[in-house]
Design a protein around this ligand. Structure first.
Ligand SMILES: Nc1ncnc2c1ncn2[C@@H]1O[C@H](COP(=O)(O)OP(=O)(O)O)[C@@H](O)[C@H]1O
Ligand SMILES: [Mg+2]
Length: 271
């Protein structure tokens, strides 16, 4: 693969945490992944396998034990405005309005813009997530889904090179979840963002991704298998679900996860 196709590259990424005896145990080991510019890759795997560990290392919020991360030709070391993260909890400052929450990051990322330009940037992104009429509302006045929309606007307003999404819909009911999938996909399309998404939901991974990265169980978790989702974007959900290849792709993901589940229960089993 040519260098230009390696927009984000994780090579031999390894993270060890100390166990209760003080020994360093590699949770993730030799994790290799490449994302092309504009691609959305989701990471699926059983709870505790190390998905968030990978994502927080890419975000620069978690130190790397060995291996490396290169984003757009620059090695990642520590957090930076070129990467923004949406977590499961919206993490808004509750004494600030929706607009002020978004503006906090915008003020730092656009220091040369005028006050009114920065206001317009916040308004643009809050409108893009459907909150144009809620700029002055406080988090307590917004539903969980709306709070998460603010978190998405805040992350995307920074025009990051990489959008990191750690189960961003995990706390939402299924209808809101479907709505927010579309909101994020529209923004990603509009802003040509490259994204890494962690999800538990096989259908969400299929609908949203260009590729799905299936992680093996920890310790020493790594990439078990990659599945390409070739359907062109934007996708229509109904058409996508009814596509002749959909169930085959879905079966691959489910089979992988159930094999990993068996290995978890009986680590020496031959599958
Ligand atoms: N700061 C930490 N110190 C020690 N162990 C950790 C720490 N963070 C995560 N772990 C352990 O690493 C493993 C992977 O965690 P995590 O990356 O959160 O998994 P996932 O996101 O796939 O559910 C888990 O066993 C978890 O207990
Ligand atoms: Mg996690």
């Amino acid at each position: 693969m040519s260098a230009k196709n390696r927009y984000l590259e994780l090579f031999k990424l390894t993270k060890a945490y100390p166990n209760r005896f003080g020994e360093e145990v590699p949770v993730v080991k030799d994790f290799d992944l490449i994302l092309k510019r504009g691609e959305l890759v989701s990471l699926i795997g059983h709870s505790g396998c190390g998905k968030s560990t990978v994502l927080t290392m890419v975000a620069g919020l978690n130190s790397i034990t060995s291996g490396g991360i290169v984003l757009d030709g620059h090695e990642v070391s520590g957090p930076g405005p070129d990467r923004s993260v949406v977590f499961q909890a919206p993490c808004l400052l509750d004494w600030m309005t929706a607009l002020q929450n978004v503006k906090l990051g915008v003020d730092r990322c656009y220091p040369h813009a005028s006050h009114s330009e920065r206001f317009q940037i916040c308004e643009y992104y809050l409108s893009a997530v459907g909150l144009g009429d809620y700029l002055d509302k406080y988090p307590r006045e917004l539903s969980g889904g709306m709070q998460q929309r603010v978190g998405i606007a805040r992350a995307v307003a920074l025009k990051p090179k990489l959008l990191l999404l750690d189960e961003p819909f995990g706390r939402l009911d299924s209808l809101t979840r479907l709505e927010l999938q579309e909101v994020i996909l529209n923004l990603i399309e509009r802003e040509k963002l490259t994204s890494l998404l962690i999800t538990h939901d096989v259908d969400e991974a299929l609908f949203m991704s260009d590729q799905v990265c299936m992680m093996t169980n920890g310790p020493n978790a790594k990439v078990g298998s990659m599945v390409k989702i070739p359907h062109p974007k934007p996708r229509d959900r109904q058409e996508f679900i009814n596509d002749k290849d959909y169930f085959g792709l879905r079966a691959k993901l489910v089979r992988f996860l159930s094999e990993q589940e068996k290995l978890k229960l009986a680590p020496n089993a031959v599958i």
